[in-house]
Write a protein that binds this ligand. Sequence first.
Ligand code: UDP
Ligand code: MG
Length: 327
Amino acid sequence: MEARPVLWIVVPCYNEEQVLPLTAPMFTAKLRELAEKGKISENSRVLFVNDGSSDRTWEIIRSLATQDEHVLGICQSRNRGHQNAVLAGLMEAKDRCDITISIDCDGQDDIDAMDEMVEKYLNGAEVVYGVRSRRDTDSWFKRFTAESFYKLMNKLGAEVVFNHADYRLISAKVLQHFADFEEVNIFLRGLVPLVGFPSDQVYYERAERLAGKSHYPLKKMLALAFNGITSLSIKPITLITGFGVCFSVIGLILMIWAIIEAILGNTVAGWTSTICIICLLGGIQLISLGVIGQYIGKTYLESKRRPRYIISAKTWESEERHWIEEK
Ligand code: UDP
Ligand code: MG
């Protein structure tokens, strides 16, 4: 039989007892469909990651696993957040499969986009990003905040794929290298592009949640954005240095003005010297902070011990893909 890649669908679940019974059969049906079409191996799996839920989510996952051998589950000792749950699932999967697709369990991401993702992988892409083609189902507020988020992220030096959340295909090969990124504060959307390798995009429409409610209120979204920027870039520090330079220039102009006013005799005694000191110190302090910040920023980036390079191919090794099933 022709070899086909083993796919693991990784699904983070946090307090999803309402939606899981609806969406779990959709994931397994998709696996069956893709296997029947001959795109993936029969040995493919759905891996649910219970992110320390306080409701019946884990019980549901366990019972699904006993009913269907294609369903597996892992349980985190406590709630660690969506990003860590996805990471835990991907790391669990990476040695047992050829490709992974991470997807939310609430039915918002269009499961049918998986066909195209697998197709693009078979055509050579190692990472396939699911990109939302429209945001009609979102409220004006969510759309505005989310789109500003992507723009701000890119301005501040964290390169993320526009309108791509965490619905993506990653090959096991890329995950092996991704495992070398040992940092604790992870922001998958910004880190995956750093690993490199050929990538592609698939467009899909995002629907409403099938049941239950979102665990991403504005507060968590802001925290995610802040974490994304500060863990990927030290541009904010450079901004402080820039402010310092601007303030120094403005301060200098103000000083000249204050001195002219003093010469013209328009001031009371002591005013000129006070103004001059304030103008001078404000700028100098900000520049100094920026310089110290640059060193702290470098220390911070060094402390992540990210890989300095990743080799994707060697002339003396075949570039042909060997899937698990063949071995
Ligand atoms: N999730 C998780 N841990 C958390 C919060 C959320 O694993 O602490 C999962 C959740 O079960 C869902 C996905 O992450 O599968 C996305 O969460 P949600 O749908 O609440 O976010 P939204 O789609 O509203 O941004
Ligand atoms: Mg959702």
